[in-house]
Design a protein around this ligand. Sequence first.
Ligand SMILES: [Zn+2]
Length: 313
Amino acid sequence: MIQQKKYSPVSIPASSAGWMLPLLFLIFLSSGLNTAFGQDQKVVRIGIFTDCQYCNCNTDGNRHYRLSLSKLDSCIHEFNAQPLDGIFHLGDMIDHDYRSYDSVLPRFRKFTAPLHLVLGNHDYMIKKKVKPGLLDHIGMKEDHYVVDLADWRFIVLNGDDLSFSAPQDREHKNERYDMVNDLYSQLEFNALPWNGGIGKAQMGWLEKQLDASREAKKKVIILCHFPLFTKVNHNLFNNKEVFALISKYECVKAYFNGHYHSGDYMVMNGIHLVNFKGMVDTEKNAYAVVTLTAGSILIKGYGREPDRILKIK
Ligand SMILES: [Zn+2]
């Protein structure tokens, strides 16, 4: 299990009681009291936010870059007031400037629950010479990894594996070249500069993780910056290949991503594909607390993020 280096353990503040009541009602509605509170079923609760994408830049269209700091402060305040088992940021911490990390990283260290990062394309929108040291700078030990929380396993993918923005060795560059060529020849147009893909080695790793999860009877959520099937051209290069693999596994319950700031949701082959809304867009915040019960994924949205009650297969 890999996570950021410097974060302190989960705390359970007393102030969470007021927030708990509506959520408990949601759990009751969607799962039934016995299922949700069965003797060996631990409810897992995680915070999700994505595309904080801060930079000290003027607003551009919907992107209110400077506002991301105050939105992040609100998110930290809310998450720290709740008993969370973990927090995931789904990629694009910053935009444009390496110095943007100086404002974001100290804030990220304020989360009291363990914070896990997912790499996005904008995280690499920095000068070429600092790209190789990025993981160390932001406190990631590995670019793809697994986190276990009770019965749930979170498999974090690195969609920058084959992106145009991250540094790559010759093998990965060749792989990307072939993948992009194949996509264009098939009139698939998601091989765009702002998207990314999963390389062969990581696909093999993913399959091993899925086999092990099935064996261990874990319920799995895949997390990646890039969507699989949004309506716009923001999808992972090899979205179909990844979906074909994860669809083979009954244990995969959901795929969480960011990148497409407007957000999206669909269910395919019983897998919930949830695209969380980007924090940087509009003047209104967006983040979520996700409660995982034996039979449901309950999303309590804040700001622009909607509430969702998702039954799992
Ligand atoms: Zn992105």
